[in-house]
Every structure is written in structure tokens, then in C-alpha cells.
Unconditional design. Structure first.
Length: 653
């Protein structure tokens, strides 16, 4: 079998999670080697993958892409873990050590090294990081000469630590679900799966796909801990009502018939709480085996009232929104009350692509958090924003859709075909026309956002998109991107207007210190520019290198959605990715550069925001200053930092 170097393994790991083609130049910049070296590495990777019948596509103008199914990717990553030549990434190795320690009541450095195909010394060197990771869950590591290494803590905390490590590892793509499953024998996994399916059937509930994986692992880990005589305990007052319910009997009977053993009351109550805290896809009809919580209804109602004030839509009449949010909040409130982690893999996408909805949600929830003494993590805020976004789009999304004027220089057949295709393929777009070139002046007083034309046009104030009357796939994708951009800009403008109290006043210097502003810097690539923009925050211990890399990765994966003010990119990443304290920095380049790998969006101003919590209004305040055209031009053209520190949100347009 072909052996790979550390860099080649890192390149392969990146390709495993790349959703689109990546260019050799991008790889050479990321790994700080020459293009020739990357090509040499790819030759080895390609030969290695052939043994697994996986194709590495290398196309001249498109780049590199790993043609692999989800199943092949999972198998490949697990195979790599088993090979001696595989060098585990630092974070991945810490997770693996945590898992092994949590799975055994007593282990040793030698045993851990043998299981992970590494040296005892490497395990020892990483134990401090393992202690930090498990310490987040309230677990200590005890080391005794006679017993070895053991996890010490409340049994509930130990079990929660296992699921927490699972969720963190999966969300960060550090370890696959299959790796966790491999820690348990196949028969036990089958029994766990049977139990969950039977519970769904008897209780008329359907769990989401990711919850099914977590529940299987919860059942397997519970079974193993009981075999080691490690049991959970609950105060009688917490479980006394539950043990009288039908659900208690159902769980006991199902567990006994499938696992061939009886559970104590505390273990049944523990399992019930895990099932209750799992995300669901549907509750058929009006059946809810977990008893609807009054708090979930009240919070949903208050939230609907609060967003109605901000958006002018009666969300209380949207039963799909109300019922969906109630069901979601039942699970969310239960997980919060029981210190179970809430993970949302779409949080960053929601914050980037639907910032308007996310900010409205965040502001509306602040009063509710105070009233109910809750502290909702940003992952949970993003979930609620997704519910609100779905309802908002059903009610009024079309009100923000742009309007296009269709210009066609050909005959009636061609223009009719183009217009029909636009209406079928882009039904959300408002269309005027078709008209001939000679009649354009008659429509210049209409509220038009851009022109779709079959002939070349040059207009001073309107963007023109040239298309084939048959609408090629690439042209269609470009139009969809433009529609999203225009819609997003309108939504953000409304957010800025709604979230600016009349008496609030703030200046740029209040939000970004002078030392964190760089003007008229020499332009490089967009990746270099993000690094340069974040440098003041990095050097002053606001962020770590992890945060800089996370911002670059966000642009690679999500595209330049953070450029909704023309020429300005407001870049950020999750608070989990190396944020130490709140702050912001600003970089102005000497001239605009293409931002993102598509090269279609030009940017001259880059702002980096880092926040330790989701409650920061820094984002909105900066936008309120920069969306004033005079302010933005001053920032782009100024050579004096002092000159722009007094720019404020009250400046005239």
C-alpha cells in the first residue's frame, strides 16, 4: 500500500470535505508550497486512491475534485484511521483519546497507545489537552498506579460527556459517525436500533436522522456503563410522577424484550430524558408522548408577538410556524435544562446567508431570555431563525424580490421563449417585458433592479445580464445568485432601518479602535487580505489563528454572501473557532480585489468581527455607519485614520 506524507494526508483530508473543485493555486497557498509540489503530492494521492477505486478528478481550468460518495468517504476515513501511516490531526487525536477513556472504567497509557497505533509518549503529551476537553463537561481524569487512568465525575456528566464529544466531533468533521459505531459490537448496535424503531412506532413519533445516530450511541453507552456497574441517580422528586406513566411501562417492557435485562427506575428515567431531548421530524396527528410543555407554547406565542412588531406580519396565524416551533422548543428547553448540548451544523450558513432573519430573531429573543432566565446558544438562535425564515418567506418574501426588465433584439418567438423560461425557472422574479432595445427609455422610470438582455447593452445606472434566449444552466445560476444578492440587500436595509432607534448615536471610533484600522494597504489575494485584516486582532489576543482559518473556510464554503454592502466584506466565524474576546478590525485596500474563488464580487473594505457571544450589536452598528454612501466613500478614499474615526450613523446619505 502507498504511504502518504503528513502534507499529502492533509491535502486528502481537505479534498474529502471540499464540496466543489479547488484549484492547485489555492492548495499551494494554503500549504505554503509551490504549485509543482502540490502536483507531485496529487500524483501520490491519486495512486493511493486507485487502490480504493476512488477517482481524483484533475481538470485543467476547473481544478481538483474528489469524486466520492458519502459512503465511500466514511469508509476511506475509517480505513485511514486503521493504517499505521495515517497521522491523526491534533484535534482528532484528542477526541479519540477522550472516547477511549470514557469507554473504559480503567485504562493505561500503554493500552491507549496500542489502540490508537501510537506511542505511549504521544498519549502522555496530550493528556493535559484531554483533561481540558473533558473538564468542559465536568469530568476529571484520575491517574493511580494500581488502577491506571479513569474518568471521574457524576455518572450523568460522564454520559453527557460522551454525547458531547460525539456532537463536537461530528459537527467539526473531525471523526465520522462510523468511527463511534465501531466502538460497540454489531449486535448491540442492532438492538439499540430495534429499540428506537419500536419506540417510534408505539409512541407515534419520528426522530430526525442525526438524532437516530445519537440515540443509538446513548443506548449502547448506557448498556456498557451498566455492565461496569456504573448507574445514574435522580432525586425521587424528579422521577416520582414519571414512574406512574404509561411511557415508563412502555420503555421498561421494550428494553427488557430487546436487551434481555431489566432497568432500574433511575435508568429508565435517564433513557426517557434522552429520548425526550432528541430532535424529532414529526409528531403524527396531535399525539405527543412527551406531554406538551406550557413554556414551549408561551415562548412561541411571545416570540411570534415580538417578531410581528418588527416585521408587521401576524405570525400567530401561521399554524405551521406555531406548531413547528412549539415542537422544536419542547426538545430545546429539555436539552437546556438537562445540560445537553445543542448543535446546529447550519449556524454559520444562517448567520451569513440569512443575517436579516438571524438578527431579527436574536433581538426578539432577548426579552424572552430575560423573562424566562434562559441563555440560548447561537446554535439554538439559528434553529429558531430557520423556523421564522420559513414562515417569513411564505408570507412576504416576494415583497423583497427584485424586478428585471427583459430586453430582446430578436423576434416575437425568441422573446416569448425567453420570458416563458424565466417565469418557469425563476418564478420568484418580477419581470417587465420583453421589449426591444429602442424602447428601453420608456421603462427607465419603473422600479427596475437589473436588465436581462439577449444583446450587449451598456447602461450607466443598471446592471445588465447577457443571456442566451434558451437560458444556459450557467446563466440561470448567475441570475439566481443576483436575485439572492438583491433580495439580501433589501432585507438588510430593512433590518438597519428597524433596528436603529432615533436617539442612538455611535461613531466608527467607538466600534473599532484606531490601532485596529489599516488604510490604503497593498492588495493581495482575498485570503491574504482576510489574514491582513485580522492581524491586529490576532496580535492583541482577541482571536487565534484558528479563527482566521475559519473565516477563510467560510468564504470558500459559503461564497461571498457577507458582501451585501457593495465593496465591503464583513467577515466573521463561529465564537467556537478561536475567539478570546469581542472586537473588530478594518482594512482598506489600495484598490478593489475579487473576493471569493468565483472572482465575480469586488471588495475594497474588509471588516473582521469576533464575538464571544451571540448578543453583540456590533455587526448592526457597523452596517448602519457604512451603509451611508458618504461614509463609505470616505473610508475607501481616506489616507488618515483620524479622518474617519468620527464617521457616524447619523450622516446624511
Amino acid at each position: 500500500m502507498i504511504s502518504l506524507t503528513n502534507r499529502q494526508l492533509s491535502i486528502l483530508n481537505r479534498l474529502l470535505f471540499q464540496k466543489d473543485y479547488v484549484k492547485i493555486r489555492q492548495l499551494s497557498e494554503a500549504f505554503e508550497v509551490s504549485d509543482r509540489t502540490i502536483r507531485y503530492d496529487l500524483d501520490y494521492i491519486q495512486s493511493f486512491l486507485k487502490e480504493s477505486e476512488i477517482s481524483l478528478l484533475r481538470e485543467p481550468r476547473k481544478g481538483i475534485f474528489l469524486d466520492i460518495t458519502a459512503q465511500q468517504a466514511a469508509i476511506l476515513k475509517n480505513d485511514l484511521m486503521q493504517l499505521n501511516h495515517y497521522v491523526v490531526a491534533p484535534k482528532e487525536f484528542i477526541y479519540m483519546l477522550c472516547i477511549k477513556i470514557l469507554l473504559e472504567q480503567h485504562t493505561t497509557l500503554d493500552s491507549l497507545g496500542d489502540q490508537l497505533n501510537t506511542s505511549k509518549n504521544k498519549v502522555f503529551q496530550n493528556m493535559e489537552k484531554v483533561e481540558v476537553e473533558l473538564g468542559k463537561c465536568g469530568i476529571k481524569i484520575e491517574r493511580k498506579p494500581s488502577k491506571g487512568i479513569s474518568p471521574v465525575g457524576n455518572e450523568r456528566d460522564i454520559r453527557n460527556a460522551f454525547t458531547s464529544i460525539f456532537n463536537d466531533a461530528i459537527v467539526s468533521s473531525a471523526i465520522s459517525v462510523q468511527y463511534f459505531f465501531q466502538q460497540f459490537n454489531h449486535e448491540l448496535l442492532q438492538r439499540a436500533n430495534t429499540f428506537i424503531k419500536k419506540f417510534e412506532e408505539e409512541q407515534a413519533v419520528q426522530f430526525s436522522d442525526d438524532s437516530l445516530d445519537e440515540l443509538k450511541l446513548v443506548l449502547c453507552y448506557q448498556f456498557n456503563r451498566i455492565k461496569m456497574n456504573q448507574f445514574v441517580e435522580f432525586p425521587f422528586v424528579e422521577k416520582k410522577d414519571f414512574i406512574k406513566t404509561q411511557v415508563y411501562e412502555d420503555i421498561q417492557n421494550m428494553y427488557t424484550s430487546i436487551f434481555y435485562t431489566n432497568l432500574e427506575d433511575d435508568e429508565i428515567f435517564y433513557l426517557y430524558n434522552q429520548l425526550k431531548g432528541a430532535k424529532v421530524s414529526t409528531f403524527p396527528g396531535s399525539i405527543d408522548p412527551f406531554n406538551k410543555q406550557e413554556d414551549a407554547y408561551q415562548i412561541t406565542y411571545l416570540f411570534a408577538k415580538e417578531v410581528e412588531k418588527r416585521l408587521g406580519i401576524n405570525f400567530k396565524q401561521d399554524l405551521e410556524f406555531i406548531n413547528g416551533l412549539v415542537v422544536h422548543l419542547q426538545v430545546a428547553l429539555h436539552r437546556l435544562a438537562n445540560n445537553q448540548r445543542i448543535e446546529n451544523p447550519l449556524t454559520e450558513q444562517v448567520k451569513y446567508k440569512y443575517r436579516f432573519i438571524y438578527e431579527i430573531t436574536r433581538k426578539a429573543l432577548q426579552k424572552i431570555e430575560d423573562l424566562y432566565q434562559l441563555q440560548l446558544p447561537e446554535d439554538e438562535i439559528a434553529y429558531i431563525a430557520m423556523h421564522l425564515g420559513a414562515s417569513y418567506e411564505r408570507h412576504s418574501f416576494s415583497g423583497y424580490m427584485p424586478t428585471a426588465l427583459v430586453v430582446c433584439g430578436s423576434g416575437l418567438a425568441t422573446s416569448s421563449l425567453l420570458t416563458t423560461r424565466l417565469k418557469v425557472m425563476l418564478p420568484e422574479l418580477k419581470v417587465f417585458g420583453p421589449i426591444s432595445v429602442s424602447h428601453i427609455d420608456q421603462f427607465m422610470d419603473q422600479p427596475i433592479d437589473f436588465i436581462i438582455s439577449t444583446v450587449p447593452l451598456t447602461l450607466q445606472d443598471l446592471e445588465v445580464v447577457i443571456v442566451n434566449p434558451l437560458l444556459e444552466p450557467e446563466e440561470l445560476m448567475n441570475l439566481k445568485g443576483l436575485i439572492f444578492k438583491k433580495t439580501y440587500q433589501r432585507q438588510m436595509n430593512e433590518l438597519i432601518q428597524k433596528e436603529q432607534p432615533l436617539n442612538d448615536y455611535y461613531e466608527l471610533g467607538n466600534l473599532i479602535p484606531a490601532d485596529y484600522i489599516q488604510l490604503q494597504e497593498e492588495s493581495g489575494t482575498w485570503r491574504d487580505s482576510i489574514k491582513m485584516a485580522g492581524k491586529p486582532l490576532l496580535e492583541n489576543d482577541f482571536i487565534t489563528n484558528q479563527y482566521v482559518n475559519a473565516m477563510i473556510r467560510a468564504v470558500e464554503e459559503l461564497g461571498p454572501y457577507m458582501v451585501f454592502i457593495p465593496g465591503v466584506a464583513i467577515v466573521h466565524a463561529s465564537s467556537k473557532d478561536g475567539v478570546i474576546k469581542d472586537g473588530a478590525s478594518l482594512l482598506v485596500l489600495d484598490h478593489p480585489i475579487p473576493f471569493g474563488d468565483s472572482g465575480k464580487v469586488m471588495v475594497q473594505v474588509i471588516i473582521v468581527i469576533c464575538s464571544t457571544k451571540s448578543e453583540s450589536d456590533l455587526f448592526i452598528h457597523l452596517v448602519q455607519i457604512l451603509e451611508k454612501q458618504d461614509n463609505l466613500e470616505m473610508v475607501k478614499n481616506s489616507t488618515s485614520i483620524q479622518q474617519i474615526l468620527n464617521l457616524n450613523n447619523k450622516a446624511a446619505r
